[in-house]
Design a protein around this ligand. Structure first.
Ligand SMILES: NC(=O)c1ccc[n+]([C@@H]2O[C@H](COP(=O)([O-])OP(=O)(O)OC[C@H]3O[C@@H](n4cnc5c(N)ncnc54)[C@H](O)[C@@H]3O)[C@@H](O)[C@H]2O)c1
Ligand SMILES: [Zn+2]
Length: 654
């Protein structure tokens, strides 16, 4: 038994490190919670083996060395969990016993992000820190300064500390996971939030769209109840999650169930509800343990999981050659929609989980995220299922698959692989790239399979007769495609660079690189050193750009585009800077010398953000000629309107 305790402690320590420090969990939360409870139970049965270093006695993990340490004024604790209604009732009864009377309870959603402490003094944000190990957190002030959703200035002069959850909205999470410069997609919004906040370069943090909900006022302490403190925070401009409410014990579970049902439609992940004593005097009375307050409890929702049969494992080839295995499933309904396919992530995961065709598997869908196979139900396996062997060859071109060093993914190394060409053509025409109207994955596939397009630049040479060969394409569609191709000739360099589908080059990187060049031709002579000198561009990105240019496919594509004159409408020559860091813009109207795309790139290259619509969060509306409804909206909301010369003077280097 001693060994099981040691094993569990070691395993949970490893998992916590992967989860909190590396932002790359090796267990699912549900798996972690089960093992954690087993350890709690064993330590209860063997009190002589309890120890201060056990994961059951600690909060979080040792803070990373990336940030300066911050000592919290009072510890930032975890919250104990319950998983069903009887445990929840037992907890309330116990609290009532400790207090000698019924507590007033406040129930709120448990946001799946990470805890943040914000300190203000003289009305200004002076420090932001993560929870860390509860006592010492990480100083992330510089990164928080660029998060629009967090007030930097409040109408309150005395010292104030507020705690809350910083999180990544689901919509931002999905957009982020599409970014090809990410080394690996984030497992869930919580990890993505932690990874986005804990960046060395605040500009990366700024670009991720983090949001924040305040849920605790530490200082000042004059409020007698939690709900009054929340109202005060809200009046100061902090976002407070709107589903929180006071509730009687008799209605507690009903309220928990209601919250469980309403959360699917929210743009943020929630993994449970937190029940708290509302009266501060009650909180002080019962106090805290080394790990968690006695006055609050988290009721964890069941993850959205189902069991089904794994019928087959197939693999797909992406635009950079990355091979992604996916499961064909006996269709099953998971949180409201039918799932027949789910990702298996990569070869390493299949190997580690030992998933086999024919297994009964757990399928999970969290919010809008692509469904995934969590793992096989081993107890249900029949003996004769053979171990899965990952294919050696590309299903499209037959090349031998490769895997570099410690990479988790296999790749098809053949840049001229038919499936890669399809994916790259469809990426080339996609919305953030050349935005070619009418060219989706289906048409891209037809064009490549008919041999009409090899590399994307071929599309600029197609005649209407050639477009007419596409199955099911009539006169109207031909006109639309031809027009779409023609219009795309005038796209900016940033879009073209993104459209090339270079490893590690997402929208943002492409724009930074574009801002340093006059036209695509400059890429022909760019050196790794030049690129590394750009803000936010590292060795990996620089080498992949130069490597792409120098390989046979890349050089053919570049010369093809240059021959067609698709070299990028250039951005105004301005060095990249961070002069607009933390500022958000909306662009409206027309400008005589520049397209809106160019201005967008200019703003991004200088550290700002650009959104489509005006809201209270917009800092500036950049207005040109004939500005319409956005101008009105900005005036209504009191958003500052600026003209182009003002913007240019703000970013020009003196
Ligand atoms: N997958 C893994 O390998 C792994 C490893 C370690 C931990 N975990 C997960 O983390 C959990 C333990 O982490 P934890 O200690 O951060 O506990 P927790 O995340 O379960 O609960 C405490 C946290 O909830 C957050 N929170 C969100 N909304 C809140 C609200 N309205 N009021 C108060 N707090 C709110 C706060 O950040 C607080 O720190 C485990 O139960 C497990 O699910 C997973
Ligand atoms: Zn291939």
């Amino acid at each position: 038994m001693a060994d099981r305790i040691e094993d569990l402690r070691a395993l949970l320590d490893r998992a916590s490190y992967a989860y909190y420090v590396l932002d790359a969990p090796v267990l699912t939360d549900a798996e972690y919670d089960v093992l954690f409870r087993e350890l709690v139970e064993l330590e209860r049965l063997h009190p002589e083996r309890a120890g201060a270093t056990s994961p059951t006695q600690r909060v979080g993990a040792t803070p990373s060395q990336l940030f300066a340490p911050v000592e919290h004024a009072s510890p930032m604790l975890s919250i104990d969990n319950v998983f069903d209604v009887s445990e929840l009732d037992a907890w309330v009864d116990r609290l009532a016993r400790l207090l000698g009377g019924e507590p007033t309870l406040f129930v709120e959603l448990k946001i799946d992000g990470l805890a943040l402490s914000l300190r203000y003094d003289g009305g200004l944000l002076v420090q932001a820190a993560t929870r860390g190990d509860g006592r010492i957190g990480e100083d992330v002030t510089a990164n928080i300064y660029v998060v629009d959703a967090i007030p930097k200035r409040i109408a309150y002069d005395a010292p104030l500390e507020v705690r809350g959850e910083i999180y990544l909205p689901r919509s931002s999470f999905q957009a982020l996971n599409q970014d090809p410069t990410l080394k690996a997609p984030f497992a869930n919004p919580r990890n993505a939030a932690a990874g986005s906040l804990r960046q060395k370069d605040p500009r990366v943090t700024a670009s991720r769209g983090l949001a924040f909900f305040a849920y605790q006022l530490e200082e000042p302490t004059q409020f007698e109840t939690h709900h009054e403190a929340l109202a005060f925070l809200s009046s100061l401009g902090f976002a407070v999650e709107e589903h929180g409410s006071l509730v009687d014990q008799g209605q507690l579970f009903e309220r928990v169930q209601q919250l469980d049902q309403s959360r699917a439609d929210l743009d943020y992940e929630t993994d449970g509800v937190v029940v708290k004593a509302d009266r501060m005097v009650d909180r002080r009375r019962v106090g805290v343990t080394s790990r968690a307050p006695r006055w609050s409890i988290a009721f964890k929702f069941a993850p959205e999981e189902q069991l089904t049969r794994l019928l087959a494992i197939d693999i797909s080839v992406g635009k950079t050659g990355k091979i992604t295995p996916f499961a064909e499933l006996d269709p099953v309904v998971v949180s409201g929609s039918t799932v027949a396919r789910a990702t298996l992530h990569n070869a390493e995961q299949i190997e580690r989980k030992d998933v086999r065709v024919g297994d009964l598997v757990v399928v999970r869908k969290a919010g809008e995220i692509i469904p995934e196979v969590v793992g096989p139900v081993l107890a249900a396996r029949t003996d004769d299922l053979p171990k899965y062997r990952f294919p050696d060859h590309c299903p499209s071109c037959g090349s031998v698959l490769v895997r570099d060093g410690d990479e988790a993914d296999f790749r098809c190394p053949n840049r001229f692989c038919l499936e890669q060409l399809v994916q790259r053509l469809s990426h080339f025409g996609s919305r953030d790239a050349l935005d070619i109207d009418g060219l989706g994955e289906m048409r891209a596939r037809q064009l490549v399979e008919l041999g009409l397009v090899g590399i994307p630049s071929d599309i600029y040479q197609l005649s209407s007769e050639e477009f007419a060969q596409l199955p099911g394409v009539g006169e109207k569609m031909i006109q639309r495609l031809m027009a779409g191709v023609e219009v795309s000739r005038g796209r900016t360099l940033g879009r073209i660079l993104f459209g090339l589908a270079i490893d590690n080059v997402g929208v943002h990187v492409a724009q930074v690189v574009a801002a340093s060049m006059r036209s695509l031709e400059d890429l022909l002579v760019a050196k790794v050193e030049d690129l590394v000198a750009l803000d936010g561009i590292g060795e990996t990105v620089a080498s992949s750009v130069v490597g792409f240019r120098d390989d046979p496919y890349g050089s053919q594509l570049l010369s093809g585009l240059i021959a067609q004159g698709v070299v990028g409408a250039t951005v105004i020559p301005q060095a990249a800077s961070d002069r607009l860091a933390g500022q958000s813009f909306v662009i409206t109207g027309s400008f005589s010398d520049y397209s809106r795309d160019q201005l967008r790139e200019l703003i991004i290259a200088n550290g700002g953000r650009v959104s489509e619509s005006v809201s209270r969060k917009t800092d500036y509306l950049l207005a040109g000629e004939r500005a319409g409804s956005k101008l009105e909206k900005a005036q209504q909301l009191g958003v500052e309107v600026i003209e182009l010369p003002v913007l240019l003077s703000r970013i020009s280097s003196e």
